[in-house]
Write a protein that binds this ligand. Structure first.
Ligand code: NIG
Ligand code: FE
Length: 416
């Protein structure tokens, strides 16, 4: 059976193709799960309508003049985990630092214990509401990292849970191996040996099982060194996988410069980065992924160098960083609000940061992130008068309709 041709008309399109790419009275034509045509309604090619008519009545959707953007992309999450760390948050409110808690065996290790003790099904069940919350805001593509298992079996369990969520929910899940998140107790004092185990055994094994789309590393004084991160990058290349890095979040170690020299997809956090890092990211085409929810929850004093990134022409993305420690939340719209108010992004930069640039941070720019012919027919119809409202509202979700792979998603049927 031929894929259904659908016409979505009477819309204000923010195509996010080049800048916002606004088309005032626009239309989209989708065939199956792909966009076939985008443009001003007046320019709709008669041949397309005729071909639809030949295959029966075209399915027509009048969007009533509403704003339409590409489906949102959350390009940095640790969404699959068990338990929570509200107790640690209370301690941080009393003045204890994130790094102090981590050094005392809490932090990521505390969630590691919860994840090791959870079954794959429990991980799926605990993570589903977070995923549903993101999806209800119009997120149609989501990255999920491992990094709370820290054994081969437990990392594989997390990655399988993430893949399962992608099959069970109407959104695309990309998985990232973050076994180098922190040093597990089994390797205390033997960080190089741990990196070696990941590089030689876990990474090739999990890649062979088709469980990973990219490799990430937490490069930080409380985690792994630049040399160790580079060792993993070499192993990732040997397995044909792209790389990304958590860098310059709490200190400046030089991870960004190294990652840019390896053509990393993205460098994430970047509070302690500056001009040289911005220039290197722009040169290598590596996306700067900014995570304002973590900045907010850690009460971080230093902001990422947005002006330098902008001046250098580096692409900036925004993500939720959904995780139980530094960013306990599941709202990409909140990350957009915080990205504008706390980091100084413009409304346009915030929207491109969760569409076009977020797609690039996942190596998906050819397939998603903008309303362009050939790309996935993932888009969101919004109850807003101006597209700037997407980074303006706080704790209010103006999503009207989500179309994923050319199909309208029905709410509240999002529960798995
Ligand atoms: O992106 N920086 C390291 N990883 C996470 C935090 C993980 C955690 O605290 O559980 C982040 O902020
Ligand atoms: Fe993170």
């Amino acid at each position: 059976m031929a894929a259904t041709l659908k016409l979505w008309r009477n819309a204000q399109l923010a195509t996010c193709d080049a800048a916002l790419g606004v088309i005032g009275r626009g239309a989209l034509v989708t065939r199956g799960g792909r966009i076939e045509w985008v443009g001003s309604e007046a320019a709709l090619p008669a041949s397309l309508i005729a071909s639809a008519a030949a295959g029966g009545a075209p399915e027509e959707h009048d969007l009533g003049g509403a704003w339409v953007t590409p489906g949102l992309i959350d390009c940095h999450t640790h969404l699959v985990f068990a338990g929570n760390r509200a107790g640690e948050y209370a301690e941080r409110l009393r003045g204890r630092s994130y790094a102090e808690i981590a050094r005392a065996g809490g932090g990521i290790l505390s969630t590691m214990r919860a994840v090791r003790g959870a079954s794959e099904q429990q991980l799926i069940d605990e993570s589903s509401p977070r995923l549903a919350a993101l999806a209800s805001e119009g997120v149609t593509t989501l990255e999920v990292k491992s990094g709370y298992g820290l054994t081969l079996a437990d990392e594989a369990k997390m990655l399988r849970a993430a893949r399962h969520l992608g099959r069970r929910f109407p959104l695309t899940v990309r998985t990232t191996l973050l076994a180098a998140h922190t040093l597990p107790p089994e390797y205390q004092g033997r960080a190089d040996a741990y990196i070696d185990t990941i590089a030689r055994h876990w990474l090739p094994e999990l890649a062979a099982q088709g469980l990973i789309d990219a490799v990430d590393v937490f490069c930080e004084s409380i985690a792994f060194s630049v040399a160790q991160a580079e060792r993993l990058f070499e192993a990732a290349r040997a397995s044909g996988l792209p790389v990304k890095i958590h860098a310059e979040q709490l200190t400046n170690l030089g991870g960004t410069l190294m990652a840019a020299s390896h053509g990393a997809l993205s460098c994430d956090h970047l509070e302690y980065a500056d001009g040289p890092e911005a220039a290197a990211l722009a040169r290598s085409g590596t996306v700067a992924v900014l995570l304002p929810v973590a900045f907010y929850c850690l009460a971080e004093g230093r902001k990422p160098p947005v002006a330098a990134l902008r001046a250098a022409g580096a692409a900036m993305a925004l993500a939720s960083d959904c995780n139980p420690g530094s960013a306990p939340g599941a709202s990409l719209l909140l990350a957009m609000s915080m990205g504008t108010r706390l980091f100084g992004l413009t409304a346009e930069e915030a929207l491109l940061g969760v569409t076009r640039h977020a797609a690039r941070a996942l190596g998906l720019e050819a397939e998603r992130g903008s309303l362009s012919p050939g790309k996935a027919a993932d888009f969101v119809v919004w109850n807003v008068r101006a597209v700037e409202e997407l980074s303006y509202w706080i704790g209010f979700n103006p999503r009207r309709t989500v179309v994923r792979a050319g199909e309208v998603l029905r709410w509240p049927n999002m529960t798995p």
